[in-house]
Design a protein around this ligand. Structure first.
Ligand SMILES: Nc1ncnc2c1ncn2[C@@H]1O[C@H](COP(=O)(O)OP(=O)(O)O)[C@@H](O)[C@H]1O
Ligand SMILES: [Mg+2]
Length: 371
């Protein structure tokens, strides 16, 4: 029996959530054989207890198959953070903020920004201190949707004061550049911009910072997960199969980055006729439920197609604030309550645990930019 035999056997143990095995990843650090006893050391980056348990089980099974009577599996993993954010030294570059919510989608135009704005305002209306960061560097739409188009922020030394509207703090690349300036960004510039948004904006002591991401699973998502502990991820999708296919990639990304999934928002889910209020099916309805369930996530809201939502976005008068009694405003409020309950649950269980995300691309997450 040699170390090579042992390593060969351990190639049957895949890292949870990936197709590659722990030997190929280079996680097996040491093998010691002493008669019928073998000791191995595995070094992993996740502090999730279920990852540790699964690897121990599978490695033990494989090594017993080789005939070892005693198998000792040591797993070196980072300590899970005791508490949210601030305790993760060096990890939270925006320590004023208690919870970060990443709003993602597989493709553009599905209503990610609309959802971010309305859920942020709904949480503020429920008494929370909320901010919204427009991290969609390519298509910064939040200023217009919040009625803050062409409003320039106040600069204090080398820091920037967030803008304010509807009881929500806001910052966007759109507020920092001249109108209509075309935005051509390289990966490294995106990472820098996101870091600066977190570090150099004078956010208050926020309960929640909602972060409207660019579509896809690229540099921005990765940078964010490396810079702050993300408490919750939300995926926005429309009900068509093609949108659902793309949203699976966003859900996969949350899993791989160890971001707890608060749920899926199904947007443009049916149409409520403004004159007779009957709901009819346009892109489909309820199709996201199954996708959410596959990731153990909830469908936290179904938002119909409603002209008032689009008008609210275009005129900077979000429906949740300006038309709080409408059916859609009520659904955004419910989504906000669901999100707040989820955040509370994550914190009660010890906080977000993406602290182990490495400063390089984690396996399986493509570093390519938006699609
Ligand atoms: N439920 C909805 N009903 C009607 N219009 C909507 C709805 N959701 C979004 N829109 C509109 O669709 C367009 C795209 O939404 P947006 O939030 O900008 O998408 P994304 O941020 O995903 O690119 C916007 O004009 C927005 O006002
Ligand atoms: Mg957008």
């Amino acid at each position: 029996m040699t170390n090579e035999t042992v390593l060969d056997a351990l190639k049957n143990v895949t890292y949870p959530g990936f197709t590659k095995d722990i030997v190929t990843f280079g996680f097996v650090k040491n093998v010691e054989i002493a008669g019928d006893k073998v000791t191995i050391v595995i070094d992993i980056t996740s502090s999730a207890p279920e990852v540790k348990a699964q690897l121990t089980d599978e490695a033990t099974t494989e090594l017993k198959k080789l005939g070892f009577l005693a198998v000792d599996v040591h797993i070196d993993a980072p300590q899970p953070p005791k508490q949210m954010s601030n305790s993760v030294t060096g990890k939270n570059i925006a320590p004023h903020v208690k919870n970060f919510v990443m709003v993602s989608s597989g493709k553009g135009g599905v209503g990610k920004s609309t959802t971010s704005v309305n859920i942020a305002i709904a949480m503020a209306m429920q008494g929370k201190k909320v901010g919204i960061l427009d991290a969609d560097i390519y298509g910064p739409n939040i200023p217009r949707m919040m009625g803050l188009n062409n409003v320039k922020p106040e600069i204090q030394g080398n820091k920037v004061m967030p803008l304010q509207a509807y009881g929500v703090e806001m910052m966007s690349m759109g507020s920092l550049m001249e109108d209509g300036q075309s935005l051509i960004w390289r990966g490294s510039m995106i990472m820098k911009a996101i870091e600066q948004f977190l570090r150099d904006i004078l956010w208050s002591e926020l309960d929640v910072l909602v972060i409207d991401m660019p579509p896809g699973t690229g540099d921005a998502q990765l940078t964010l997960a490396q810079s702050v502990p993300v408490t919750a991820g939300i995926v926005v999708t429309t009900p068509q199969q093609v949108s659902l296919d793309d949203s699976k990639r966003s859900l996969d990304m949350f899993e791989k980055l160890h971001i707890p999934i608060a749920g899926v928002v199904e947007n443009m889910s049916g149409f409520i006729c403004p004159s007779c209020e009957t709901e009819s099916d346009i892109f489909g309805m309820g199709t996201s439920k199954e996708v959410a369930a596959a990731y153990n996530a909830e469908l936290i809201a179904q938002i119909p197609i409603e002209p008032a939502i689009r008008i609210g976005g275009d005129t900077g008068k979000p429906v949740t604030f300006h038309n709080p009694d409408s059916e859609t405003a009520k659904r955004y409020q419910t989504a906000a309550s669901n999100l707040l309950a989820f955040i509370e649950k994550v914190n009660a269980e010890g906080g977000a645990d993406n602290s182990a995300v490495q400063p390089t691309t984690p396996p399986g997450v493509s570093a390519c930019s938006t699609k």
